[in-house]
Ligand binder design. Structure first.
Ligand SMILES: [Zn+2]
Length: 128
């Protein structure tokens, strides 16, 4: 999912106009509203692991935290069902939230060890 350039420009503004908000609500529906709320509530994180220097993004949803590979993948159920299986959508709201957070530089950077990464990976692998 690559957003058109004019959309990334509009999403990067912290003071969106009513027109911007309506545009995104029309195009992405509830996913946009949820994504924006996730960013505003500080639920987007970028983990930076040491010593591997691997970085991973996550978004905490209503039930748990999901691993997000920007523009490509999310471990949530709706990504699996709607994007992968049904093809009725190109992204879930976590992917959109990660994008907005990165564009606005509004995310938490969490520095951890690779031992922590292995523990997190167990959570992120869950598919329920
Ligand atoms: Zn998701």
């Amino acid at each position: 999912m690559l957003l058109p350039r004019h959309e990334t420009e509009r999403l990067s503004k912290t003071n969106m106009t009513q027109e911007d908000v309506e545009y995104f609500r029309d195009k992405y529906g509830k996913r946009f509203v949820r994504a924006l709320r996730s960013v505003e509530e500080g639920r987007v994180k970028e983990y930076s692991f040491h010593p591997s220097e691997i970085t991973r993004w996550s978004v905490r949803g209503s039930r748990r935290e999901y691993l997000v590979i920007p523009e490509i993948f999310c471990t949530c159920r709706s990504f699996y069902h709607e994007v992968v299986i049904d093809g009725t959508s190109t992204m879930c709201y976590h992917l959109l939230a990660q994008k907005i957070a990165e564009l606005r530089n509004e995310y938490e950077i969490v520095k951890c060890t690779d031992a922590d990464r292995r523990k997190l990976a167990i959570k992120w692998r869950r598919t329920d």
